[in-house]
Design a protein around this ligand. Structure first.
Ligand code: 4G0
Length: 226
């Protein structure tokens, strides 16, 4: 699976994806992450990529031409159905189901905006969908794009090893994870629940199910209503 990121800060993507599980997946050739610097496609003598909005108003916008040319520089390599995802607070809310859907594709393009976003004609011309992490504003789309790349990559077969991949079931049954404990059996006077030390697998399963339901109801009642 190959991710292409159109960005003004390719070093941010490269640094952010150069650790731990994602780094290992890249090194093993399971996923590929290629950041394309939009500024390289500026035709301005000062390499500018932003300008004032027509009609006035606060802030700057990313101009369409450098983004379009950056996209055209990779277009030949992309699969026919390849989505071009614009990370934006105006997008559809990202979730685990969307991550699963994207993990089945061969190529994904992610467009990262800065300032007040991009010229609307870029959205009309090349963007196929807008995705948001939630109702908050970042200084740029890079952190949001990296969150999507991480969430999608860990679902690609071979990215997680056997120990790492068990963790999933939590969100796939729509409930929050039950509380978990490791050694020592007592920490700061707080004991690990007896049932977990009992060795009775039936009781452990029952306790975990009850805990999942209880904390979903308490912390995320919206998940139970679904
Ligand atoms: C487009 C995504 C992109 C428009 C990107 C900002 C938050 C998210 C950006 C703007 C982002 C998210 C209108 C400020 C870049 N911030 N919630 N910042 N505006 O996923």
């Amino acid at each position: 699976m190959k991710f292409y990121i159109l960005t003004l800060f390719p070093e941010m993507i490269e640094a952010g994806m150069d650790h731990s599980i994602i780094k290992r997946a890249v090194d093993e050739g399971i996923i590929e992450i290629k950041a394309i610097n939009i500024r390289d496609f500026s035709k301005d003598k000062h390499k500018r990529v932003d300008d004032y909005p027509y009609g006035g108003g606060a802030g700057m916008l990313m101009q369409p031409q450098p983004i379009y040319d950056a996209y055209m520089s990779i277009k030949d390599k992309l699969s026919d159905n390849c989505p071009v995802i614009y990370m934006s607070p105006q997008g559809k809310k990202f979730n685990q189901k969307k991550a699963e859907e994207l993990s089945k594709l061969t190529d994904i393009v992610l467009l990262c905006g800065h300032y007040e976003g991009v010229d609307e004609r870029i959205i009309e011309e090349i963007v196929t969908e807008e995705i948001s992490l939630g109702d908050f504003v970042l200084t740029g789309g890079e952190l949001a794009a990296m969150a999507v790349i991480d969430a999608v990559s860990r679902l690609v077969p071979g990215v997680l090893n056997k120990e790492e991949s068990h963790m999933d079931e939590s969100f796939s049954d729509g409930l929050l994870e039950y509380p978990q404990y490791t050694r020592p059996p007592e920490f700061m006077g707080r004991k690990v629940p007896d049932v977990l030390l009992s060795g009775h697998h039936g009781n452990v399963e029952k306790w975990r199910r009850e805990q999942s339901l209880e904390r979903t109801g308490r912390k995320r009642p919206d998940l139970l209503e679904k």
